[in-house]
Design a protein around this ligand. Structure first.
Ligand code: UDX
Length: 441
């Protein structure tokens, strides 16, 4: 008989996991403490922008395999319960806030049936899973808890969930592993690598992976600083080092750095946990990774100042992008929005465009001006900043855009535009990590 699954927490991670598991043929029920979210999901609507998710979700609801409920007791007869709630940064520090994870465990522990398995997917500080497992067994001795970290990227959530590049399962129990092998039978048949670990290692895999990715980005942004100082071009440098397969060319895109709901808070929570464990020295470098990342936001503001002769007051600045990355409407810790807000605070008249993230950006920064059309954003601008590399911005016609602005200066904060095309159309074009006198145009 096929397993019945529950998903606790229906944000980016949970909603995607629920829809994808249903598409594999499982009966799935998703629960969340936010009734508005459940109402939307039940109608087949996704409360955020994620390519392909809404179609998949609507299709699975129609099939009858996927349901959403406000009532936690509806999950009681499920065999496997995935905890997918958020672990944001605490308000007054750098650690992870475990309120939602703890609450999720407390809500499922007393009601689930004997023999069922709770599986944590949220990103948590190492040691959390063992503590939650102890608590679960104290309340409901005939159950078990395993950890199965999630590596999905926003913008590719469905693809990453259906075709992950590896599956990591933290458990000391062969039975729990066998249950999860049933859940992921299709991935296993397709040859997805399967890594069994103990609970702490499985928790560490996730934060180690995110720390590595953050390090790669900050490394190339450190090289960008050096290129600017030495008269070089970081895009050429990245391309050249990336041909070495030990280095690889991905995640070497220099620019205004990383943001979002994961990398920044995960590296900070990792440092906080290392300190609790007395191992803070091992992660000292992450402090530097964080500062290089935040420094990139200042460096682009310096570039703007350089071109507007220091005085931003009353200057019209057009900003392309508000989301922390393309194909997402997520503005959590978005470098683009942070830069927009800082320029406005310095007296500039800032207009921001984004194809999907304006509603979220407006909630966070109601005082910023937003435009629905790219043309309106460019109109009379004295400088344009490209801060989130949406495809539509790469497809702009530089000659046409030049006719709209007051002064044709483009700063590419993502090194993603075709700089020779913009220069050929008469734009003064600058980018982070590319010195003014770099010979490569
Ligand atoms: C990340 C991890 O990739 C994913 O495995 C984990 O599960 C959650 O955190 P996500 O937050 O969706 O995923 O974004 P990601 O694609 O990793 O990008 C993070 C940030 O880094 C973005 O702001 C992006 O613009 C920036 N970035 C990425 C760069 O600045 N340069 C790069 O080369 C790559």
């Amino acid at each position: 008989m096929s397993l019945k699954l529950s998903v606790i927490g229906t944000g980016y991670l949970g909603a995607t996991h629920a829809a994808c598991m249903a598409s594999l043929g499982f009966e799935v029920i998703g629960v969340d403490v936010d009734p508005a979210k459940i109402d939307l999901l039940s109608q087949g609507k996704v409360p955020f922008y994620e390519p392909d998710l809404e179609d998949l979700l609507a299709e699975q609801i129609k099939s009858g395999r996927l349901k959403f409920s406000k009532n936690i007791s509806d999950i009681a007869d499920c065999d496997v319960h995935f905890i997918c709630v958020g672990t944001p940064q605490v308000k007054n520090g750098i650690a992870a806030d475990l309120t939602y994870v703890n609450a999720a465990l407390e809500s499922v522990a007393p009601i689930i049936k004997a023999g069922s398995l709770v599986v944590g997917k949220s990103t948590v500080p190492v040691g959390t899973a063992a503590r939650l497992r102890d608590r679960l067994i104290e309340v409901n001795p005939k159950t078990d808890l395993a950890w199965n970290p999630e590596f999905l990227r926003e913008g590719f959530a469905v693809e990453d969930t259906l075709r992950p590049n590896r599956l990591v399962v933290g458990t000391n129990s062969d039975q729990a592993e066998a249950t999860l092998k049933k859940v992921y039978a299709q991935n296993l048949a397709e040859g997805t690598p399967w890594v069994r670990a103990d609970l702490p290692t499985s928790e560490l895999v996730k934060v180690a992976a995110n720390s590595f990715l953050a390090t790669k980005i900050s490394f190339i942004n450190a090289m960008a600083e050096i290129c600017e100082a030495a008269g070089g071009d970081v895009t050429v440098l990245a391309k050249a080092i990336g041909y070495d397969p030990r280095i690889g060319n991905r995640f070497l895109q220099a620019g205004i750095g990383f943001g979002g709901g994961c990398l920044p808070k995960d590296i900070r929570a990792f440092m906080a946990r290392a300190e609790e464990l007395g191992a803070q020295q091992a992660l000292e470098f992450l402090k530097e990774i964080d500062s290089i990342n935040l420094r990139a936001r200042q460096r682009i503001i310096e570039l703007v100042r350089k071109d507007l002769v220091d005085d931003l007051n009353g200057k019209k600045v057009a900003i392309l992008g508000a989301a922390f990355k393309p194909d997402s409407d997520d503005v959590r810790d978005s470098p683009a929005l942070d830069i927009a807000a800082q320029l406005q605070a310095a007296g500039a008249i800032v207009t921001v465009h984004d194809p999907k993230a304006i509603a979220n950006a407006q909630k966070r920064f109601p005082a910023l001006k937003f435009a629905d059309s790219i043309d309106d954003t460019f109109k009379d601008a004295e400088i344009v900043l490209h801060l989130t590399e949406w495809k539509i911005y790469r497809e702009l016609d530089p000659a046409k855009m030049k006719s709209l602005v007051k002064s044709s200066i483009m700063i590419d904060g993502r090194n993603a535009l075709d700089r020779s095309a913009w220069r050929a159309a008469g734009w003064k074009f600058r980018a982070l990590g590319v010195s003014d006198n770099s010979q490569i145009k």
